[in-house]
Design a protein around this ligand. Sequence first.
Ligand code: UD1
Ligand code: MG
Length: 434
Amino acid sequence: MMKENISIVILAAGKGSRMKSNKAKVLHSISGKPMLYHIIKESLKISDDITVVVAHQKEAVIKEISSYFDNINFVTQDANKFPGTGGAMMNVEPKNDKVLVLNGDMPLITAEALHGFLEIQADVIMSIFDLENPDGYGRVIIRNDRVEYIVEQKDADEAELNTTTVNAGIYAFSKVILERYIPELSNDNAQKEYYLTDVVAMVKEEEGTVVPILVDEEHFKGVNSKKDLADSEVIMQRRIRNRWMQAGVTMQLPETIYIEEGVAFEGECIVENGCRITGNSHIINSHIKAGSVVEDSIMKNSDCGPMAHLRPLSNIENTHIGNFVEVKKATLKGVKAGHLSYLGDAEIDEGTNIGAGTITCNYDGINKYKTIIGKNVFIGSDSQLVAPLTIEDDVMIAAGTTVTSGTVEKGSLALSRTKLKTIKNFYYKFFGKK
Ligand code: UD1
Ligand code: MG
């Protein structure tokens, strides 16, 4: 998409009290990234002049967003003196003559969906949609096919409340209009706030042009509550899954699969029902079986699950991870770990078999230590590998062994067991004969 001669202002300074949370609303996450991240990502496809207005939890918002993008202008709203979406516009200085204003709580917006705002020329272009349940939105009052004004829910009378045409919260203004009317806003309303939406009536009053664009909730839904957040997540997840299925990923019961924004697939991949794949996971020619969780990990030519857990920074290649195996910060190349194991802070090399119930004891209560296992090692079932530990190539660890030696030399057998004792007929002495 071509970058346009348009500036974009994203309003992200509000408290978001309806979220009932200490976290700034725009930082609540959709598919693993803050709502504001999604909006900025799409905005950057249209413009290089992006301003984000901050106030509430300003430092946290700036810090988080700066970790993803480095070319954003942050402007602080004087939210005590001038609260509200109009107050948010008071300190912005857009570079271009046309200014697109986006609410920061609209994570589903896409650059394509904003196309109409770039095409049309008017004093104000605004977004509207019709909703069966308009609750929470500002109502748009239209007479003779013309927008007259926007009234906020809290200020609306009964007739206005029954209006199902609502303000979606995206506008394109000419800069001249903003410079003229923003300083004239008043806070004479139920919330004692300066409403950006009042500019519409002011422009109308002086015979300016206000053009409404009918938009869809699928892209323009606002998030004010945890319920809205969950509903938006459903839409975003559907998009992410569809994108990957189009790219060739096989998904069984896709509606039950959660995939975050930063995940990438390559080659032939299968994801079974009920899986969760997060962070910057990179899945190449692999099969993730039912109920598995893969977090910020790399899988190449491998399979895991059902019910496996790859925790952050796991890197598995040509490897089989079976059910109830947890892997954390471990690199496994050409390994089989079929059942019930914990493999953390480890490096395990080709041809090695990890028996059921094997545990890397990586933590002594204060520090974490590494386990390094060489090639063609056979770890018997129910072994505890106490780190720091190096097991060299061609080693056998007998079932039930606790390895504490620090190093097991190439070619050896390690075995720690108490000698088995059997007492004849003990069972009958203890329980009596039936
Ligand atoms: C706003 C609109 C409403 C519209 C709805 C669409 C106004 C007055 N109302 O209502 O007509 O139907 O969006 O979703 O604009 N913000 C600031 N500073 C503030 C207050 C808010 O930057 O002082 C930011 C918020 O962080 C948020 C956005 O502006 O990202 C919208 O604020 P919010 O409180 O959610 O407005 P709504 O009540 O949803
Ligand atoms: Mg809102």
